[in-house]
Design a protein around this ligand. Structure first.
Ligand SMILES: Cc1cc2nc3c(=O)[nH]c(=O)nc-3n(C[C@H](O)[C@H](O)[C@H](O)COP(=O)(O)OP(=O)(O)OC[C@H]3O[C@@H](n4cnc5c(N)ncnc54)[C@H](O)[C@@H]3O)c2cc1C
Length: 532
């Protein structure tokens, strides 16, 4: 009998035999009556103030004993097969190859899904491959030299290549998530991502996985072209007939648009081509950096340096008050780095990343406040792109405040709260190319006001982080898309152009690596199913 056992609380330095012994105790059986122990889930319980944190496991085990084991509903159950994704039958190649635009998580997973089904896609990416791109990005961070086509936001791996590589997702589609994680594992990720409650890869691991994923697409008959940009769509009678890529006309009736939300030129091109677009709420703010050792002590107490405990993360949320907006932390990078991001001349934004070890001395997170039409004028231009206007204004101000060479503007929280110019910023920080600035002045007034009033209260929840520990960097503008490309809920195609599949973060329907990857798979499957 195969059983699933939940809520197995176990010491930090457990080994497999300890888990087996704990399960035998729970089931009131002998250890030799248990076989094939497989861990399914692992989280940390660090709630007890004065007790050592513990792991909480879920596991599956074969029970070989004669007597019925105790069934405590929810805690001990018969094991069920994990959800899986239906296999897609092989589909005959089409007259015209499908084009996938963008080699971020959505585009890569769409191209892989199409290639697996025999559709031999052409995947185009404006930026360079991981290896070349990594050098370009290093030059940007060290010297402030920006490559407009290949940078922190553009290039193989997409916006999340230089990221924390968090693999958290809100999707309930466990089968699809498992499928995606298994592909990552096949390409080199640790199988821990299948069991960790908060899985993450880190930028170093992502840089190894992505080229392997690309090779797989090519081995299956897909073609990948770097340094190749989608510049135009050919639409006739509401149907896609072809695309222009870097000066070449390619006939196609199927294009998967996975260009992310930093490709503002794509939104402009879509608007000019008559593809329906809509404005979407989003959020802006700052990135807050604080000592990781303090975060660890706050969460794990005197066990903070235990080798089995990783750098502590956090999530903070505040509901709107009478005079303030809501506010929340986003994209926490424990033991990570704050970095400059840019994909347009003279516009600068910030973000966070980490390596797989998450071992750097600072943790950071975006602190965001929602914005809407009250914060940016609509009218004059295309209303759907008004949010992009606000992003640009803030990013331009950040670029100038940072010295005009892609250094990041930064300000100690205590100066931000008191509304005073900062005389300097601490030497000990993760982003070396940062300069003192009035970060509040880079934000919409309501956002700055909300942060001033709310941030200290939120930080108090971290129980040990003092205002003077925190350095703010400006500005966070690209946490999600300000634009949506409406699509038909059944077919996944643009509501205005058949054959055009907007997907991933740039479509405004997803946010994050996992949801974008899943969306890429789902879009490709919809297209394949439409011809089977
Ligand atoms: C610094 C940073 C850290 C992040 N950290 C995390 C994290 O830890 N966890 C998480 O879940 N999410 C994270 N995110 C968000 C995550 O990266 C995105 O949600 C995800 O990458 C979106 O995937 P996508 O494929 O839809 O688009 P993108 O990843 O943005 O990929 C779009 C691709 O399209 C290409 N492209 C654009 N225009 C064209 C064109 N005209 N022609 C050809 N190619 C084009 C771009 O070069 C790019 O490679 C982070 C983002 C950033 C910027």
């Amino acid at each position: 009998m195969r059983l699933r056992i939940n809520q197995i609380s176990i010491k930090l330095d457990y080994e497999k035999p300890d888990a087996l012994a704990t399960i035998a105790r729970l089931l009131n059986c002998r250890e030799d009556e248990l076989d094939r122990l497989v861990f399914l889930r692992r989280s940390i319980d660090a709630r007890g103030k004065d007790v050592q944190p513990r792991f909480v496991l879920s596991a599956e085990v074969d029970y070989l004993g004669e007597a019925d084991p105790p069934f405590a509903p929810g805690r001990v159950n018969l094991a069920v097969e994990p959800e899986s994704m239906p296999v897609i039958p092989h589909v005959a190649p089409r007259k015209h190859r499908p084009i996938v635009v963008g080699a971020g998580p959505a585009g890569l997973m769409a191209a892989l899904t199409l290639a697996e089904a025999g559709w031999k896609p052409l995947l185009i990416e404006r930026g360079a491959d991981v290896q070349i791109r990594s050098h370009q990005v290093e030059t940007f961070w060290q010297e402030g030299v920006l490559n407009l086509e290949s940078n922190v936001l553009f290039g193989e791996g997409g916006a999340g290549l230089f990221s924390d590589g968090k693999l958290t997702a809100r999707s309930k589609n466990r089968g699809a998530i498992r499928h995606f994680f298994q592909i990552l594992i096949d390409c080199g990720a640790s199988s821990d991502i299948l069991i960790d409650a908060e899985p993450h890869l880190g930028s170093d691991v992502l840089s190894r996985i992505i080229p392997t994923l690309r090779n797989r697409i090519q081995e299956l008959g897909g073609e990948v072209r770097f340094g190749t940009r989608l510049d135009g769509l050919h639409i006739e009678g509401g149907a896609l007939r072809g695309v222009t890529v870097s000066g070449e006309e390619i006939a196609t009736d199927t294009c998967f648009l996975a260009t992310g939300h930093s490709a503002r030129d794509v939104y402009t091109m879509l608007a000019e081509s008559g593809v329906p677009l809509a404005a979407k709420p989003f959020a802006v703010g700052v990135r807050a950096e604080m000592p990781q050792s303090r975060l660890n002590i706050a969460q794990y107490g005197s066990w903070a340096t235990h080798p089995r405990l990783r750098s502590a993360g956090f999530r903070l949320t505040r509901k709107p008050g009478q005079t303030t907006r809501g506010c929340y932390s986003f994209c926490n990078c424990p033991g990570g780095l704050v970095m400059a991001c840019a994909s347009s001349d003279g516009l600068l934004t910030t973000n966070g990343m980490s390596y797989s070890s998450r071992a750097k001395p600072f943790g950071n997170a975006a602190i965001l406040v929602p914005v809407g039409p009250d914060d940016y004028p609509i009218g004059g231009g295309d209303a759907a792109l008004a949010g992009v206007g606000l992003q640009r204004t803030m990013e331009r101000a950040a670029f100038l405040a940072g010295g005009g060479d892609y250094g990041l503007p930064a300000q100690p929280l205590i100066d931000f709260l008191e509304g005073r110019e900062s005389a300097g910023i601490p030497e000990a920080r993760s982003c070396t190319r940062a300069v003192p600035a009035n970060v509040a002045s880079l934000l919409p007034d309501e956002v700055a006001r909300t942060l001033r009033s709310t941030l200290p209260k939120m930080l108090r929840e971290l129980n040990g982080i003092r205002n003077r520990d925190v350095l703010l960097y400006g500005v966070e503008t690209r946490s999600s898309s300000p634009v949506r490309i409406p699509r038909d809920p059944e077919t996944g195609q643009s509501t205005g152009v058949s054959g055009l599949y907007p997907m991933g973060e740039g479509s405004g329907y997803t946010g994050g690596i996992v949801s974008s990857a899943l969306d890429g798979m789902a879009s490709a499957r919809r297209a394949l199913q439409s011809v089977t």
